[in-house]
Design a protein around this ligand. Structure first.
Ligand SMILES: Cc1cc2nc3c(=O)[nH]c(=O)nc-3n(C[C@H](O)[C@H](O)[C@H](O)COP(=O)(O)OP(=O)(O)OC[C@H]3O[C@@H](n4cnc5c(N)ncnc54)[C@H](O)[C@@H]3O)c2cc1C
Length: 407
């Protein structure tokens, strides 16, 4: 593996760092102020659209989408490989608003990749195009309150054929992004044939957000944060009718798509998590240098140096593991790289949560307040040990695949 970033990546990282300094970091307090003053928390602060316009102008847009492995199609994007995108995504992770500003945020990135890889010409025209343009947003609905959804075979939401339509009935929760008024399309995973073999019972289907029968029950909180205006919704689907053409790839092929979708989604979360950890560490070091306790700068205390050293080593280890997974995805494909992807999905959120926790401690009580971003950073990093599958499931996969290598 070559440790040197490609010229394209170096150039984009430089441009992006400039964009972060000139646009994103100054926009963070504006975003917070606009959210605080908003009468309706479920409307997007205007500053995000300003940042998006500026990002487009600077050629920093849709950097996440690799060229289709079969057709080579990049859908008008830069077609960066996963390895080329990794350092860019890390920089984006430094700010909670950066990914959306450059149209590289979850769950849209995963959904766009699904439309690009598995969507029909109609899906591409109707959903992929406006998503790539940043005109609409989307959500992904797999998890259900009634069943252990880390085993997606349990998903009960029914997708039943009826004449030239499919009818959807069920209850989902943790549908992230559903609170955003610009969320216009849902990719839903449900059961189309309960009698088929276990991994052929599920399908993925495209549901326009404004279809009659979709009802938000409540917005869920994460450690007390509502995550507005993005949000995580519990949703009832009551006789939701969509045309037959809404099915993705074909009936019974939901797991096949999930494998394709969740790989890139997971690696993006991990790349951003490294950016979060880097920013927390930078903040903690600056804070420790600025404060004196017991006649000594906090940064000069032995225990601080030990913590900082451990964090430096852990972040660098995490980055190397992520780069290796990205490289494996590019070289061998998402399916072949699944052990590497599972490894980072366990390792990185654990490291980033631990790093943010120690940085929060170094800030004293301010660390748990709203004054610094560490409390929300911690809350978010902690959720990554559950979102897109809990640690235990990925650890099990890594172990199983490792043991299978030997007789
Ligand atoms: C912030 C956030 C955003 C999310 N966004 C989305 C989204 O946009 N769309 C969506 O569909 N879902 C989303 N999710 C849901 C997430 O993917 C699920 O919560 C996750 O897959 C686990 O499913 P579950 O909550 O049903 O846990 P369960 O399946 O009930 O599992 C509970 C626990 O059991 C243990 N366990 C499970 N399996 C094993 C095993 N094989 N070995 C050992 N222990 C095991 C683990 O400790 C696990 O945490 C989101 C979750 C969060 C927190």
């Amino acid at each position: 593996m070559d440790f040197e970033y490609s010229d394209r990546t170096k150039e984009l990282v430089e441009k992006l760092n400039k964009f972060m300094d000139e646009v994103i970091y100054p926009a963070e307090p504006v975003y917070e102020e606009q959210m605080e003053k908003a009468k309706d928390r479920w409307q997007l602060p205007k500053v995000i659209e300003d940042c998006k316009a500026e990002a487009k102008k600077r050629g920093l847009w849709n950097m996440f989408l690799p060229a289709d492995p079969d057709s080579g199609d990049t859908h008008g994007t830069m077609g960066l490989s996963n390895l080329e995108y990794a350092p860019i995504c890390e920089v984006l992770g430094r700010s909670a608003i950066a990914s959306e500003a450059v149209n590289c945020s979850a769950p849209d990135t995963g959904n766009m990749e699904v439309f690009a890889r598995y969507g029909s010409a109609e899906h591409k025209e109707k959903w992929l195009k406006p998503l790539l343009n940043g005109e609409i947003r989307s959500c992904f609905a797999m998890t259900e309150p009634a069943v252990a959804s880390s085993d997606a075979r349990n998903v009960e939401c029914r997708i039943e054929a009826d004449g030239d339509s499919y009818v959807i009935n069920g209850r989902k929760w943790w549908s992230s992004g559903m609170g955003d008024p610009r969320c216009k399309v849902i990719i839903l995973m449900g059961k189309s044939d309960p009698n088929a073999p276990a991994y052929r019972q599920q399908s993925m289907i495209v549901v326009p957000r404004d279809t009659p029968g979709i009802k938000i029950v409540k917005m869920l909180h994460v450690f007390g944060y509502d995550d507005a205006p993005h949000g995580h919704a519990e949703v009832i689907y009551d006789n939701v009718r969509v045309p037959k053409s809404a099915i993705l790839l074909g009936e019974g092929r939901g797991f096949e798509i999930a494998q394709g979708r969740l790989g890139p989604g997971r690696i993006h979360h991990c790349m951003r998590a490294i950016g979060v950890a880097e920013r927390a560490l930078e903040m903690a070091i600056k804070r420790a240098k600025s404060r004196v306790a017991f006649g000594q700068r906090i940064s000069e205390m032995g225990v601080t140096k030990a913590h900082v050293a451990d964090m430096r080593m852990e972040i660098d280890m995490a980055r190397l593991l992520v780069l290796k997974a990205a490289w494996a995805m590019d070289k061998y494909g998402n399916k072949e790289a699944r052990q590497q992807i599972a490894m980072i999905k366990v390792a990185v959120p654990n490291i980033s949560s631990k790093v943010v926790d120690r940085c929060l401690q170094l800030h004293g009580a301010g660390g748990v307040s709203q004054v610094f971003k560490l409390a929300s950073m911690y809350a978010h990093q902690r959720t990554l040990r559950l979102a897109d599958g809990p640690d235990e499931v990925h650890r099990d996969q890594v172990g199983r695949m490792e043991i299978a290598k030997y007789n």
